[in-house]
Ligand binder design. Sequence first.
Ligand code: SAH
Ligand code: DHB
Ligand code: MG
Length: 227
Amino acid sequence: MDQELWTGVDGFIEAHLVPQDPALAAAMAASAAAGLPPIAVSAAHGKLLHLLARLVRAARILEVGTLGGYSAIWLARALVPGGRLVTLEVDPLRAEIASRNVSRAGLDSQVDIRIGAALDTLPALERERAGPFDLAFIDADKANNPAYIEWAVRLARPGTLIVVDNVVREGSILDAASADAAVRGTRRAYELVGAHPNLAATAIQTVGVKGYDGLLMALVTGAGPAA
Ligand code: SAH
Ligand code: DHB
Ligand code: MG
């Protein structure tokens, strides 16, 4: 619609508020050189994730969908001392690129990249008692978003923040008859979160360098109806 303007404004926001960063720039460059798709969060949204993680004083972060590790680097840098981020990636090549990017950022000891379909690797996190996570960022195959949200709640505590990426999809989520698995999964995610007794949530629409999309944010509340 007004992509040029949104990209320009994201550039302005970055110029003022998101300083150039060699490790993040190198991660983007290495990801592109390896042929990874340019679908990482924007710099402005990476910084938002970072600030949210700082706000909740995160010591444990769960990420579903690593790609080249760009959002993982933003999030891991927000961890309190001794904190850990676990990130789940189905594609071994992507996990390898992410591992190199995380190393270059000096975050090896904070970031644990698990290779495999997230629905196969999440149960191990429960068995290992890797949680409770203070923040979960869900950004993988959108068809499975309802299952990922259920897992995030299972691995959470009251006060955990769950953030879900790509929940507006240029407005295509309004199409109840959509055959697109991503749209269907996203719509089911809204239904699940909206009806969940232990989640208080909203979503924001966003425009920017990555187009028109949005973020859903859900706070895990105590037992009983969510506020
Ligand atoms: N969070 C990243 C972008 C993730 S893109 C960032 O902002 O930097 C989505 C990623 O999810 C892709 O790398 C894709 O391979 C991965 N993915 C897709 N299906 C998955 C699954 N079932 N389990 C784990 N990861 C999956
Ligand atoms: C896609 C995935 C994402 O997580 C994103 O932010 C943008 C695009 C995709 O699979 O096309
Ligand atoms: Mg995304």
